[in-house]
Design a protein around this ligand. Structure first.
Ligand SMILES: [Zn+2]
Length: 344
């Protein structure tokens, strides 16, 4: 599509321009399984009647699945927090070590999630459940990747695709295209293949140290830049280094984000605290036993029989049409909506 490619190139150029200033400012960042889905033939042949030769081909195919039914006000959904998927290059860099999950450890963690019947969902799914009355697969989990490092695309993404796992990538808009970050093309490819793109500001600034137009630039312009690149709304935000206060949360709400995540630990989420959702940190070097223990028991489901989905790709080429206007009043910052999650 010529139009989309044109928009993508223009947005990519804008992102590269943002990167130049952002990089100068921040060269270093702080910071027993349930039954598997079984095909089930339920159209039985009545007694005394010969089955048709091609009966099975035309029988309605159904399957038994375990779902979290609509209506639970709070659900246990561990939101796992990853940064680098790499071998930490500097043994003396303790922070870098803690933020770096080795590729073989990451692969084992994803294998374990699949074998144990966990279902990676994205924030579209979680929002749809808590705000829209949908259902969820049992044992839901969200895999988030902060900062948009290049190894998100080169190392994590192939593993996620092999498992057909959804995930969420929090992209620092001003870093896209830098030597250590994902490129605009990689962001587009991931977006089209199961990775939900969220915003992690323009320059990974400590938002509690900003106000007025500087705060708005980080929160809103990052969203606008990513939306221009992707061609659809970006509704999920992540506070850099987990730093936020009431003014920051209000700015995130005013900029139109539907959710935001922190670095505070926790697993249970509701609609009311959706701008302060907690996460589960996955540390570099942690054992698989620790990873499993941190996940907790998972949200239980209920068995239902439903039509088997038609064969086809897990994710379509485009997630959502653009329906959210890209211009929001800056005055909203001053008279923002109430901060639900920050209230007792
Ligand atoms: Zn970050």
């Amino acid at each position: 599509m010529t139009g989309r490619r044109h928009v993508g190139r223009a947005a990519a150029a804008a992102l590269v321009a943002l990167a130049a200033t952002a990089l100068l400012e921040a060269l270093a960042l702080p910071d027993g399984p349930p039954p598997a889905d079984r095909p089930l033939l339920v159209a039985a042949t009545p007694p005394g009647q010969l089955p048709l030769r091609d009966h099975a081909r035309h029988a309605p195919r159904q399957r038994r699945v375990s779902l979290v039914p609509p209506g639970r006000g709070a659900v246990r959904v561990p939101v796992l927090m990853y940064h680098y998927i790499r071998v930490n290059p500097d043994p003396n860099d303790k922070v870098g070590f803690n933020l770096s999950v080795r590729p073989e450890d990451f692969a084992r963690q994803m294998d374990w999630l699949a074998a144990a019947g966990y279902h990676p969902i994205d924030f579209d799914d979680l929002r749809g459940y808590l705000l829209g009355g949908g259902d969820l697969p049992d044992r839901p989990v969200v895999l988030t990747f902060d900062d948009g490092y290049r190894d998100l695309y080169t190392v994590a993404f192939p593993v996620l695709r092999a498992h057909r796992f959804k995930a969420v990538a929090y992209i620092v808009a001003g870093f896209v295209g830098s030597p250590v970050s994902v490129t605009p093309e990689q962001v587009l490819e991931m977006d089209a293949n199961g990775i939900e793109i969220g915003s992690h500001t323009v320059s990974h600034a400590d938002l509690t140290k900003l106000s007025g137009s500087n705060l708005w630039h980080e929160v809103f312009d990052s969203r606008a830049a990513l939306e221009a690149l992707l061609g659809h709304p970006v509704l999920d935000f992540c506070y850099p280094a987990g730093r936020y206060d009431d003014a920051v949360v209000r700015a995130v709400q005013a900029a139109g984000y539907a959710t935001a995540t922190t670095t505070q630990p926790g697993q249970v989420h509701s609609a009311g605290d959706r701008h302060l959702w907690t996460r589960v940190r996955v540390d570099g070097g942690e054992s698989l036993e620790q990873f499993v223990a941190d996940l907790g028991p998972g949200e239980p489901g209920e068995m239902v029989v439903q039509p088997a989905p038609p064969p086809g790709p897990l994710h379509g080429p485009a997630r959502r049409p653009v329906t959210v206007p890209l211009v929001a009043p800056r005055e909203a910052l001053l008279a923002g909506p109430p901060i639900e999650g920050a209230l007792p």
